[in-house]
Design a protein around this ligand. Structure first.
Ligand code: UGA
Length: 432
């Protein structure tokens, strides 16, 4: 099938690469000429395991190419995926201006029947909006359909998630349009849910908000654990063993970050409000999440009441492992707060330091975790990169001024760390 994917951000790039890999002819279109040039040279704009190899292979086999000529991409394909950003506006509502400008272009370039598939995360009702904009701009008497096909892939495991989705959701108003999109997923062994457009749009937000709620829930439980002597890891393991609850997204820590959960929870709350439904639960989910860094810092402050001239080694800067994405990364606020209290920060991240440099200055970037540990009063683990599990802890501890460790993700085994002489503080495991 001939497909265009408008927008070569996370979702667009991975979607395009995966559809090409499944044998389709894919054009990735983006208005950012520099990005397109680099993609055509095989240089990825993001770090995502397996992506570069997949893109290059499909480019070599001429199933995947990139262009900044969005009009051309639309004119020459039968299925057009909208994969542009939907950032939050100041009030938290979703900014649909990028989606709108693509819809205008689709209208203007409608030269035959096309299925317009919205993969960007958009509030319920956006499908109707896109349809209206295309209709207003079309110059020919040809039909089109607007379908919602939300994406559930995670950064850091995007390729694997796209190839093995938990489900495929297709929201369409006609069977023909639904079938056309379903054809694209025919080779994947995943349950398919065919719904109306509005339900598909809401499924995406309901899923992300529910996962965010699980995280905030376990973080609230972690606070109780700290006061009561319970251990949140034990609690979450046994709670998650109930199949009705499930073990995933029950890791207590510094809270959720990234480009999706924070903005999607707010957006759903605003949508609910607009429709006259008060979703107070979501406000609490956000409040708990927003309080995580302050809570964590208050624990560090208890141990180091006077931070002036204290040196902290921060391990991990990205919002989560296996990505270089710094959007809504907890490292940023943690470091800012520590600096404001007089501390000096050394930091290391396996892949996110280039992006971090644009956001965080006044710290020392190190080329390894050991560099971070040298002369540090404490290590603060913010992002649970796998390579941090393989560290030589004796060497790390010997380099430090004092062997204190704050584990913001409950990544390490407290008993093991204590037996190696570390003063260890996790999340939801006892008071300081
Ligand atoms: C999330 C969803 O998981 C995807 O299904 C969805 O497609 C994507 O948003 C999106 O809407 O585009 P992502 O933001 O890449 O994916 O990352 P997650 O793995 O979901 O992690 C989100 C945040 O929650 C991270 O900051 C992570 O550290 C935190 N988290 C996750 C926890 O604090 N505890 C957990 O148990 C799990």
């Amino acid at each position: 099938m001939k497909i265009s994917v408008i927008g070569t951000g996370y979702v667009g790039l991975v979607t395009g690469a995966v559809f090409a890999d499944m044998g389709n002819e894919v054009v990735g279109a983006d208005i950012d000429q520099r990005k397109v040039d680099r993609l055509n040279e095989g240089v990825m704009p993001i770090y995502e395991p397996g992506l570069e190899e997949m893109v290059r292979r499909n480019q070599a086999e001429r199933r995947l190419r990139f262009t900044s000529d969005v009009d051309w991409a639309i004119q020459n394909t039968e299925v057009v995926f909208i994969c542009v950003g939907t950032p939050p506006k100041n009030g938290g509502e979703t900014d649909l201006s990028f989606v709108e400008s693509v819809a205008v272009k689709i209208g203007k370039n409608l030269n035959g029947h096309k299925v317009v598939v919205n993969k960007s995360t958009v509030p319920v009702g956006t499908g109707d909006f896109v349809k209206k904009v295309v209709l207003m701009n079309k110059r020919t008497d040809v039909d089109f359909e607007v379908v919602s096909n939300p994406e559930f892939l995670r950064e850091g495991s995007a390729i694997a998630d796209a190839l093995n989705p938990s489900r495929v959701v297709i929201g369409a108003s006609t069977e023909d349009a639904a079938m056309k999109v379903m054809e694209l997923y025919a080779t994947l062994e995943a349950p398919v849910f065919i719904t109306d457009v509005a339900s598909a749009e809401l499924i995406k937000y309901a899923s992300n908000a529910f996962l965010a709620m699980k995280i905030s829930f376990i973080n609230a439980i972690a606070n109780i654990c700290e006061k009561s002597g319970a251990n949140v890891t034990e609690v979450s393991k046994a709670v998650g063993a109930d199949q009705r609850i499930g073990p995933e997204f029950l890791n207590a820590g510094l809270g959720y970050g990234g480009s999706c959960f924070p903005k999607d929870v707010v957006s759903l709350e605003r949508t609910a409000r607009k429709l006259g439904c008060d979703f107070a639960l979501l406000r609490e989910v956000m409040k708990i999440n927003d309080g995580r860094v302050d809570h964590f810092i208050s624990r560090v402050t208890k141990r180091f009441p006077n931070m002036k001239d204290c040196v902290f080694g921060v391990l991990g800067l990205a919002f989560k492992p296996n990505t270089d994405d710094m959007r809504e990364a907890k490292s940023v606020t943690i470091i800012q707060q520590l600096i404001s209290m007089g501390a000096k920060i050394k930091a290391y991240d396996p892949v996110a330091m280039d992006n971090a440099r644009d956001i965080i200055s006044d710290i020392t970037y190190c080329d390894s975790a050991y560099g971070c540990a040298k002369d540090a009063d404490a290590i603060i683990l913010v992002t649970e990169w796998r390579e941090f599990r393989l560290l030589d802890m004796r060497r790390l501890g010997d380099l430090m001024k004092s062997k204190v460790m704050f584990d913001g993700r409950n990544f390490y085994d407290p008993e093991k760390k204590k037996s190696m002489g570390f003063e260890y503080y996790g999340i939801g495991k006892g008071e300081i």
